[in-house]
Every structure is written in C-alpha cells, then in structure tokens.
Design a protein around this ligand. Structure first.
Ligand code: BES
Ligand code: ZN
Length: 625
C-alpha cells in the first residue's frame, strides 16, 4: 500500500516536472550564457550523456525552404545526468519527449555566440534512453542551399543540398555537433514527386514514386558527415561498388569523367588497407556547390567544375576518397586538429595519384602544393600562428582554419617523414594507425605520441632532429621540408618566362599535350602584370576567355582583372553568376576589389549574385575588403 502510494506520488512528480512550462524549468543557471564543452565549437557535454544513434524523419518543403519533422536521439547516459545539452542553430523546436512512451519534457534554449548557434538544454532522467525532438529548420539554415530550377542543369526541378562541415550540421539536426562524437543513423526523407533523395548512407539507385526514401548508416560517423541532397537525380554505375549520381543532363559526362573511380578505390586499399564503408559513390552537384568536394561517407559530393572532358582533375576524387581513411575513419577530435583530416588526406591523395597516374604526374602535384604553401605563407606572414598545424580556434569560426596550412604543410610534414623512414616502414606505420584508431578521434598530441612510440621507438634525439614540434606547433616551413621537383613543370615555367619577356610568340608555346595542371602553372608563372598586348595574343591563340575548363578560366580571369583586360569581362560576369565555388569566387572578387573601378563592379556583381551563393560563401565574401 505504502509502496503504491509512493509510486503514485513519483508519477505525479514526474508528470509535474514533464509538463511544467519551459520558463519554469531550471535546467540551466538563469543568468549564464552558454560556455562550450571540451570542444570549443560545441555546447555539448558528451562525457555526461552521449548520443549513440539518430533516427531522422524529415519532409522537404521547397516552397517554404524548410525541413520539418523529428530527430530521435538514442543516448548513453554515462553520468546519469538530468540534462542533455545539444547544439542547434536557427531551429524551431516544437516539442520534446522522452523514451518510447513519449513522455513530454521541458527544455531551454540559450543563444550563444553567433557562429556557434544556440544551446538546447533538455531535461532528462538518469534512465532516459531516447530523446524525441519535433522541430523545423529555418530558410537561412547555414548548412542548406536551396537552388531554383534555373540553377540546375535540367532547369525544371529545384535542388537542395547540405554542407555540414565544419559546424553547420546543427542548423538542420539538433545534435552533439562535435567531431569527437560518433553515432549511427537511420532516416526517412519525404520529397516532392519526381525528385530523388540521397544521403551519406546506403542509397537508392532508382526514383521512388512515393517520394519517401529510407536510409541507414550502420557505421558510426561524426555529425559533420551528415549529408542530404534532393533533386532530379539518376544513377550510373562505374564499377561493382562505385557509381555516379547526377542530373540526367550531366550524368553521361560525369560517369565518363569519374570512370576510373573503381581503380582508385582498389589502389587506395592496396596502400592503406580495406575500404570500410561498403559502396563509394559520387554525387555531382549543380555549379552553385560551394566546395570542390566533400567527403560525405559512401557518397562524395563533388563540384561539376572538375568535369573537363579529359579526366585531368580527378585528383579531387582521390582526395575525397582518401578521406574514407583519414577523416572519416580517424577523425580530428576538434577543428584545432583539422590538419589530421586534411594534411593526411592530401598525402594519401598524392599516393593514390602516383599509383593511378604515375610519379611524374604526382611530382607536378607536389610542386603545385609547395607553390601554394609559399604563396599562402606570404599572405599570412611566415611567423603567423595561423601557420601552425595545431590551431587555436577558440572563440572563432572554425572555417577560419580552412587554409592551405592544414592541407599543404600537413602534406609536407608527412612527406618528410616518409622520406626519412623510407616508404616501407612509413606505410606500415600509417596502415597500423588507420587500423588502431578506426572510428575514433585523434588529436595532434595523440598522433605525435603514437609516432614517437611506433616509428621513433622513443628516440628523443631523433624527434628533435626531425623537428617534429616545429612542424606541429611552430610557424612557417621547417628547415627539413622536402623540395619537390617536376621536370615537366620546369619546362612550362621556362615557356611562361620566355613569352612574358617577348622572346617567343604565343603560337610557339608547345601546349598540345598540356593538361589542366600545365595550363594553371603556365598562367601562374606569367609575369605580373602582363601587358595588354600579350594577354590579347594569348587569348587569340588559345581562346582562354572561352575556356570551358573552370580551373583554367578562373585563373585566366584573375589575370584579366589585374590587367583590366575588358574583353574578358562578359565571361567574368557569366562565371560569377553561375559558379558558386568559393575557391574561385574569393580570388576573383579580391582581384576586382584592388582598384576603385573594380570595387564598384565587384559590389554590383555581388549584389546581383549573392542570393545564388551558399551561406558559407556569403560569410567568406563579406570579409573581403
Ligand atoms: N573536407 C573538405 C571540405 C571542407 C573543409 C568543407 C572544411 C568545410 C570545411 C574537402 O575534403 C576538401 O578539402 N575539399 C577541397 C578539394 C580538395 C581536392 C582539396 C575543396 O573543396 O576545395
Ligand atoms: Zn579534404
């Protein structure tokens, strides 16, 4: 009897707590503004209660530009805590309930720093296993880009895609948005008739009349690898476990361009061990896609600007594929360790390219890498803390860490280690690294300790000699950096110099065998500024203003802007209206901004095109002065 009464009392208390109004809830101290947890870019405290699985149900509405539905989080309440702290950004929470009984609970939102979004604190019990959140996204959600039919290849259907890295997942899924937390997921996505949905998960290969697509991702992933795209998509196989998704108008060219993907996967496996994710497919996005590529597991997202018709830019695929090991299997614990994702990936990318395209080709990539590193260091200053591999991005947007340092300095660090230890030992080390730390997160400190133990056998003198600390914690390029050589590019540079000096005319430039990389190098090695006559001569001979290769065209346009070569301006305007890739837009707007007249044009063009750019591109372009 007493026990029954006690139970009833407990129930009443529980009910009272769960239906108490949001304002009444004391989940968080009243005055506090949220402080990040162990990851400076997340309000979550995963060491208290950990998300292990996500069940997502969303309906896509192109008219209101919103996703609405629910996220059910499975949690492991490690410290038997009574609150779950999540990251959100511009989400509207409708209701939250707990466990299978869907017991309503209270929650609180606290606005944080602009780039971090808002903390969502949810009242749970020590026994809570599942948290069910009904919510909707905002039209301006940082991760989402909504394309009108006019911005697609087919021109008839709208298109939606996500870009969650680095910390934009929270703008479409309430979650512990830190790369140090991993979870499996399942999703049910409802789309308008005639469209296909694909995710970073097991994907359909045909359209479903119902418009209801189900997905499952059985391997644990960090939130930044959550990805979704919706559009008029079709699939073409490029091998038994590889294929391409694209709009019908792009599919054939895309499938040909990426026709060597199966070979790349096999080459990668031979170097660093089995591919862990089942299928490897590529989604080709419309040209508004802000990145070159994004390593969403099982489904790399790629810009169509690498479709050149000669497979000369497929190192982008090698790069995103390499992330299936570095990044997706062994993941940077926070964005301060971004080089562990990108630097290791560029190293692996080069190894894959060496295997499929040969050493002379890879050497070209190395020279281009070093040139880029030197250029970027020139801009940031060689003593800048931004040139450390290990970053300190606390209090700043992690996208600020997205520089060539993580990529190229990271690459040369590993290349230096390969050179010192020899490929055999080095490869064994890296293969073991991926095997030992798969599905885990990694810090610079942990990486160095592992290196010390396994490769240096704790030889402190050797660590000093190799300048390990200078590479990771110091600025600039350490003295023992490799100095890459490419005879192929040497010839190209010599030609650029001769032409710039007027020693040879444009039609004497032997460019017949040139790939995209030769052209880029040639254009970069031209004298700057180059006089108008010579520019016009190059254009007459090689029709550069009419180039359909976006890499070559954007490099050419940059030169044209600095020489104020008016003939190229109509092409420039078309390019800025069509292509949304930050890597191209930033240098072009920056170049325009250097003269008063150019500045005016830049402002005009930016106003006209801004609504067509991805939110992350807008943030970056707004910073150009
Ligand atoms: N993971 C990155 C893209 C990224 C990084 C997005 C940080 C958001 C924040 C991807 O793997 C990448 O590096 N893409 C490059 C292409 C690559 C060939 C260097 C890009 O998009 O330019
Ligand atoms: Zn990358």
């Amino acid at each position: 009897m007493r026990q029954a009464l006690f139970c009833a009392l407990q129930l009443v208390i529980l009910l009272f707590i769960s239906i108490s109004p949001v304002e009444g809830a004391k989940i968080l101290p009243k005055t506090a503004t949220p402080t990040p947890g162990s990851d400076p870019h997340s309000y979550a405290q995963p060491e208290e209660a950990l998300i292990t699985h996500l069940d997502l149900r969303l309906t896509i509405d192109f008219d209101t530009k919103t996703l609405a539905g629910s996220a059910e989080l499975h949690i492991d309440n490690l410290r038997k805590t009574t609150r779950l702290l999540l990251d959100t950004r511009d989400l509207t929470i409708r209701s939250i309930s707990l466990d299978e009984a869907k017991i309503p609970t209270s929650w609180e939102m606290q606005v944080g720093e602009a780039h971090l979004g808002s903390l969502l604190a949810i009242a749970i019990t020590p026994q809570t296993k599942r948290v069910h959140i009904d919510y909707a996204t905002a039209p301006q959600a940082a991760a989402l880009q909504w394309l009108s039919p006019a911005m697609t290849a087919g021109g008839k259907h709208p298109f939606l895609f996500t870009q969650s890295e680095a910390i934009a997942a929270r703008s479409w899924v309430p979650c512990q948005d830190t790369p140090s937390v991993r979870f499996t997921y399942a999703a049910v996505i409802t789309v308008p008739p005639g469209l296909t949905a694909v995710m970073s998960a097991e994907n359909p290969q045909a359209k479903l009349a119902s418009g209801v697509y189900t997905f499952s991702m059985p391997q644990k992933i960090p939130s930044y690898l959550l990805a979704l795209a919706v559009g008029d998509l079709e699939f073409a196989a490029t091998g038994p476990r590889t294929g391409v998704y694209a709009e019908p108008a792009t599919l054939k060219a895309a499938a040909w361009e990426f026709g060597e993907t199966e070979t790349m996967v096999a080459a990668a496996e031979k170097i660093y061990g089995p591919y862990a994710w089942g299928r490897y497919d590529i989604l080709v996005l419309p040209p508004a896609f802000p990145m070159g590529g994004m390593e969403n597991p099982r489904l790399t997202f790629a810009t169509p600007t690498v479709i050149t018709g000669d497979r000369s830019l497929t190192s982008l695929i090698a790069h995103e594929l390499a992330h299936s090991w570095s990044g997706n299997l062994v993941t940077n614990a926070s964005w301060d360790d971004f080089w562990l994702n990108e630097g290791v990936t560029v190293y692996f990318e080069h190894r894959i390219m060496e295997a499929v395209a040969g050493k002379p080709y890879e050497s070209m990539l190395e020279v281009l890498s070093m040139d880029e590193l030197v250029e970027v260091l020139g801009e940031m200053g060689k003593d800048s803390p931004a040139s450390h591999l290990k970053l300190n991005l606390k209090g700043r947007d992690p996208d600020e860490g997205l520089t060539a340092i993580a990529y190229e300095k990271g690459f040369f660090f590993l290349k230096m280690l390969e050179n010192h230890f020899g490929r055999k030992k080095w490869d064994e080390f890296l293969r073991q690294y991926f095997a030992d730390f798969k599905f885990q997160s990694m810090t610079s400190e942990k990486f160095l300790a592992y290196l010390h133990e396994k490769l240096l056998h704790n030889n402190k003198a050797l660590a000093k000699k190799l300048l390990l600390d200078a590479w990771v914690y110091g600025p600039g390029i350490p003295a023992n950096a490799p100095s890459p050589q490419s005879p192929l590019l040497k010839e190209v540079a010599a030609l650029a110099q001769s032409f710039s000096m007027g020693a040879i005319p444009a039609d004497k430039i032997a460019s017949k065998e040139w790939t995209t990389h030769h052209w880029l190098y040639f254009l970069r090695k031209l004298a700057s500024p180059l006089d108008g006559d010579k520019l016009a001569q190059l254009d007459r001979t090689f029709a550069l203003t009419r180039s359909e290769n976006s890499e070559i065209l954007s490099q050419w346009l940059e030169i044209a802007i600095s020489a104020q070569y008016q003939e190229a301006y109509p092409a420039l305007e078309r390019f800025l209206a069509k292509v949304g890739r930050l890597k191209f837009l930033k240098p072009l707007y920056t170049a325009l901004n250097k003269t008063p007249k150019g500045k005016k044009l830049a402002q005009e063009l930016y106003q006209r095109n801004r609504q067509r750019y991805h939110p992350l591109v807008v943030v970056a372009l707004n910073k150009i002065r």
